[in-house]
Design a protein around this ligand. Structure first.
Ligand code: SAM
Length: 233
């Protein structure tokens, strides 16, 4: 039985870190790059702004935002798993005009006095938090007034819908067997359970509303497999 504590999730991402980018490219046939670009394009960071990439992993979103906020803006990539963050740091050595700062920190331990973001992106992070409500509340606390946040993740589709069936088929017959070649099947099997526990679109909208966000939008991508939540403080 797997309990989604911050420590257990951190162990998963430390274990997968060395193959994380490779498997993302392979298992999505590179499509995750398009979805990430779509996320940042909808979030619309502007030159001079101060953005956070929470649960930044190997930093894909930070690198995209970095180009948009230059020359005077800044990106802070935050993740609690040291091995995956080390890869982000290594990758950023080759980035020109780099405004990115990396912080190893648990999202739930962030102090609201330490950050004030114009905007926040989180890609494939929200689903991994053991409490989505608390995660979104934290995002609310560290955003400036009118600040925006954008989330990309697997969509929790209606049970037994075609989308749900396809998602399970893909995870069980493609993702887990391929990851098992690298002895990572236990880590990648966790995705299906995490989607099951992740709120569906309507619930995400309700939670965001309850926390106090306004201008809430939810859209699905790739035949309902992925989703984007856009919210404003
Ligand atoms: C699926 S990866 C996503 C990485 C990257 N954003 C991407 O889209 O490729 C999820 C990331 O969330 C991080 N994470 C999960 N829970 C966290 C927490 N409580 N605090 C900080 N980072 C967390 C993990 O370490 C992992 O790097």
């Amino acid at each position: 039985m797997f309990f989604r504590t911050s420590k257990n999730v951190k162990n998963i991402f430390n274990n997968v870190s060395y193959k994380y980018d490779f498997l993302n490219d392979l298992l999505s046939l590179g499509l995750h790059n398009l979805w990430k670009r779509e996320l940042v394009s909808l979030a619309n960071p502007r030159a001079g702004e101060n953005w956070g990439d929470l649960c930044c992993g190997t930093g894909d979103i930070s690198f995209i935002i970095n180009k948009k906020v230059l020359p005077n803006g800044r990106v802070i990539g935050i993740d609690n798993a040291e091995s995956i963050l080390d890869i982000a740091k290594k990758k950023s050595e080759n980035v020109k005009n780099n405004s990115i700062i990396w912080h190893q920190e648990d999202i739930f331990n962030i102090k609201k006095e330490d950050y004030r973001f114009d905007g926040i992106c989180m890609s494939y992070g929200l689903r991994n938090l053991n409490n989505v409500y608390k995660g979104l509340t934290k995002v609310y606390e560290i955003l400036k007034e009118d600040g925006k946040a954008a989330f990309l993740d697997f969509n929790h589709a209606k049970e037994k819908s075609l989308t749900d069936k396809f998602q399970k088929l893909y995870l069980r017959n493609i993702v887990v067997p391929i990851s098992s070649i690298f002895k990572l099947s236990k880590e990648y099997s966790y995705i299906e359970k995490s989607i099951e526990d992740f709120p569906c679109g309507e619930e995400l909208i309700k939670i965001s509303n309850k926390i106090g966000f306004k201008k809430i939008q939810f859209k699905t991508l790739f035949f309902g497999q992925m989703c984007i939540l856009l919210i404003q403080k």
